[in-house]
Design a binder for this molecule. Structure first.
Ligand SMILES: *[C@@H]1O[C@H](CO)[C@@H](O)[C@H](O)[C@H]1NC(C)=O
Ligand SMILES: *[C@@H]1O[C@H](CO)[C@@H](O)[C@H](O)[C@H]1NC(C)=O
Ligand SMILES: *[C@@H]1O[C@H](CO)[C@@H](O)[C@H](O)[C@H]1NC(C)=O
Ligand SMILES: *[C@@H]1O[C@H](CO)[C@@H](O)[C@H](O)[C@H]1NC(C)=O
Length: 337
């Protein structure tokens, strides 16, 4: 054997040893991080429940009031949670524009497909257009998954919609251990999320959990060009408190009625995520836990679409502002390989 070949052989052996060690580390890592109640979240600011201390949540709320709307009512009010009197893992509430029929259809046929231990409803207000209004009614009759409130479905009314979701969960779905509030233009990796909640967190729920992509020390936008322009009259401070990006927020059941109560007693502010997960969460003393390492970025969404899930990494939900085709494409990329 020539000297150079011997060197190659030795190098190969070393490479194999390194690979073996790496694999062992990965296996051990996976073993520990899939055990029950090992929190795979950096710096968790919540506590996990076990069978001894599942909480009973009191709801202190005026049913027919929604912030400053004194004659609030649900125009459509399905009761999917009654199916699970003994409780279930996850309720998903999806803020939706009444005219986004295609978004709701794609969600129903991809990540929102009925899965044991999960329920999903769409939250809508009242559309101005009568045709759309009638189509929403027909859609609700067909799928039974639309919750509608009697406020105008307008951009600046989105805080009403989010608080209506909190009200609906508090009164009609306190059986769910966790609540995901999301939008109709997002991909949710439901299998990963259920595993995360039931195995990495706790199947009995948690206390004081608000987790999401946390926006830290965000500046209030004052410029006319900004979609999020806010005047000093609307919001007097220069910075927002840390808040959750509204397109995917995970709550434990206990914080929902607390946030609802705070919302009912606080002047309206139209940017719902800032208001609810920033100012109101601060008011009730619940911290936001950063989850950004489990969120699919737009760049990683490209990787997922092109190369498949192995290259995109572990994630719970995807980037916001997706088109209907993109939701479909990403979900299939996740499941068809
Ligand atoms: C629940 O009980 C466990 C011990 O049984 C304890 O460690 C934990 O702090 C309790 N959690 C809450 C939220 O009370
Ligand atoms: C609720 O009250 C407002 C004003 O107080 C009124 O304009 C509106 O028609 C009422 N809505 C319903 C559904 O009763
Ligand atoms: C209402 O919506 C329908 C269907 O999208 C549309 O064809 C119609 O032009 C709309 N009507 C008004 C008054 O905007
Ligand atoms: C929000 O909804 C309320 C109640 O329906 C309505 O009076 C108000 O005009 C809406 N606001 C906007 C900005 O559409």
């Amino acid at each position: 054997m020539k000297e150079s070949q011997r060197v190659d052989r030795n190098e190969m052996l070393t490479i194999h040893k390194i690979l073996f060690t790496l694999c062992s580390i990965v296996i051990i890592y996976n073993y520990y991080y899939t055990e029950v109640n090992v929190v795979c979240v950096k710096d968790p600011k919540f506590t996990l429940l076990d069978p001894q201390n599942t909480t009973v949540i009191k709801v202190d709320d005026v049913y027919d009031q929604l912030i400053d709307i004194k004659n609030f009512s649900f125009k459509i009010n399905p009761q999917p949670c009654d199916e699970y009197p003994a409780g279930f893992l996850l309720m998903i509430i999806v803020s939706s524009n009444p005219s986004n029929f295609d978004n709701r259809m794609v969600i129903r046929s991809t990540w929102g497909r009925e899965i044991e231990s999960t329920k999903l409803v769409f939250l809508v207000g009242e559309p101005e257009n009568l045709t759309i209004s009638q189509k929403v009614l027909a859609e609700s009759a067909l799928y039974g998954d639309i919750v509608q409130g009697n406020f105008k479905d307008e951009y600046r009314n989105m805080t009403y919609k989010h608080v209506m979701g909190l009200k609906w969960v508090s009164h009609h779905c306190s059986q769910a251990k966790y609540v995901l509030k999301t939008d109709d233009d997002v991909v949710v990796n439901l299998d990963a999320l259920l595993h995360f909640l039931g195995r990495e967190l706790s199947p009995w729920g948690a206390k004081g959990l608000i987790t999401c992509h946390v926006a830290v020390h965000a500046e209030v936008q004052r410029s006319d060009e900004s979609k999020w322009k806010v005047t000093a009259e609307e919001y007097k401070f220069e910075f927002y408190p840390n808040y959750c990006a509204g397109w995917a927020i995970l709550y434990s059941q206990d914080v929902v009625p607390q946030l609802l109560k705070a919302a009912q007693n606080t002047p309206y502010f139209w940017i719902d995520d800032v208001h609810i997960t920033g100012d109101l969460a601060q008011k009730i003393g619940v911290a936001r836990t950063q989850l950004s390492n489990l969120i699919l970025s737009s760049r990683k969404a490209d990787v997922l679409a092109k190369l498949g899930p192995r290259y995109a990494g572990h994630f719970l939900f995807g980037p916001p502002d997706l088109k209907v085709e993109r939701i479909n494409q990403l979900w299939h990329a996740l499941h068809d390989s």
